[in-house]
Write a protein that binds this ligand. Structure first.
Ligand SMILES: [Zn+2]
Ligand SMILES: [Zn+2]
Length: 335
């Protein structure tokens, strides 16, 4: 098969690779229909993710068709976060915290390829008529839904009445802003230092768009701050912008530099929540939210062929990709 292989820092190569073979009884072979390019794939590309060791096929935001076993022919979305299903976290509905969790495209081969092998238990069906690229957005949408749900448990008011701010207009920031709007939140701000991303955000109505470097909104004014970047600077900004008694959700993992104002968090009783991934229930809710139109028409997604995957990585790296999300299609499936 053809696959887009991460071979070393800032290098991905589209080349021939052996077809993957199902190893255990639960494994099925999937022909890939589409796979989204994630910020975490970029993190690997930059050589900053010790867990993703080259040569490796990246990609985990995948939808495809089952090619083996009893469900052969079904179109499915993959929950790429695999867990043991037996530990106390898994049994209590917190499988994302499973100590033996694995992510497809991290140590296991990913889905920037014609085929990928996945456990059958990790699959969700694609509803009739759902767009393939939209279906591939289920995994990042689940990340955002999970984050909003954790915030809702501690917010003082319904999300619809909250003043919300999202830092970062990449896919996670954009999807979060759209989900908040879908929940009736009319006061959503979204900031990004990238001019192209701000233009896209303005064009598609992702919220009140601002440049953090020149016109940051008023300090102490947001009930909910979602940090979809996760850098020292954005943690500083989150601390500054959140209201007393407000909530900060931290989804990004850009760097480990300090920045959180723990003194303000304490004195103003701000809740800080670290968010990681999702459960199968979040994946189902995400798929349904996309399918029922809660995120709008999604026409800001960009489609490219996996054969041109190297340019997609390079464009995101160079800040010249206007779309918050690029979805890659196997060359045979791309028109
Ligand atoms: Zn992802
Ligand atoms: Zn477990």
């Amino acid at each position: 098969m053809k696959a887009l292989v991460y071979t070393g820092t800032e290098e991905v190569i589209y080349r021939d690779e052996p077809d993957p073979i199902p190893a255990t009884g639960d494994d099925v072979l999937l022909s890939v229909d589409a796979c989204g390019l994630c910020g975490s794939d970029m993190h690997a590309y930059h050589g900053l993710d010790a867990r993703r060791v080259p040569p490796l096929i990246l990609g985990h935001e995948v939808t495809g068709v089952i090619q083996s076993g009893a469900r052969q022919g079904q179109r499915v979305i993959v929950n790429p976060l695999l867990s043991c299903g037996k530990c106390s976290d898994c049994i209590s509905g917190r499988s994302h915290l499973c100590a033996s969790r694995e992510l497809i495209g991290m140590r296991l081969a990913g889905a920037f390829a014609d085929y990928v092998v996945v456990p059958e238990s990790s699959l969700l069906t694609v509803p009739e008529g759902m767009d393939i690229a939209h279906a591939s957005l289920t995994e990042p949408t689940a990340v955002c839904l999970h984050s909003i749900a954790t915030a809702e448990r501690v917010l003082h008011r319904p999300v619809s009445e909250a003043r919300a701010l999202v830092i970062g207009a990449g896919a996670i920031g954009v999807l979060t802003a759209l989900l908040l709007q879908g929940k009736g939140c009319t006061d959503v701000y979204i900031g990004d230092t990238g001019e192209l991303r701000r233009k896209t955000a303005e064009k598609h109505g992702f919220g009140h768009v601002y440049d953090p470097l020149s016109n940051e909104p008023q300090s102490n004014s947001f009930d909910l701050v979602i940090d979809a970047v996760g850098s020292g600077k954005t943690r500083e900004a989150s601390s500054r912008l959140v209201r007393p008694g407000g909530v900060i959700c931290h989804i990004g993992l850009q760097d480990d530099v300090a920045g959180l104002d723990t003194r303000k968090l304490t004195l103003q009783e701000v809740t800080f929540i670290g968010n990681y991934c999702y459960t199968m229930a979040d994946m189902v809710a995400a798929r349904d939210a996309i399918h029922n139109g809660s995120l709008g028409n999604l026409e800001w997604l960009e489609h490219r062929s996996m054969a041109d995957g190297a340019s997609a990585f390079a464009d995101v790296h160079n800040g010249v990709a206007a779309a918050p999300k690029i979805v890659l299609f196997p060359a045979t499936n791309f028109s």
